[in-house]
Ligand binder design. Sequence first.
Ligand SMILES: [Zn+2]
Ligand SMILES: [Zn+2]
Length: 106
Amino acid sequence: MTKHELVHWINKLIEHRNIKAFYNSGLWEQIRNESLQRDNNECQKCKAKGLFSAAQCVHHVKHVRKYPELALSIDNTISLCNSCHDLEHPEKLQNKSKPQLNEERW
Ligand SMILES: [Zn+2]
Ligand SMILES: [Zn+2]
């Protein structure tokens, strides 16, 4: 997939509120696995504070909605535990009742 096709695909998914199709794709799974391996399955935010937490998800440092071209860039990913991940997404915490909010969880 070229960068242009990737951007087009992701923008389409966002438009159709179906970004979870991206997170369910084999392409993302591969990046996710590489990221977890690179980070030794440890939450990198906790690690920076001298704590240990198992990574529970892989987060996009630059959010996919704004930077779809970086969706599959390993350098744009970081392994996090769920509590650190929630802190990266204050927009999710504010609107917990809406169903589409967990879409970036995985
Ligand atoms: Zn953490
Ligand atoms: Zn995230």
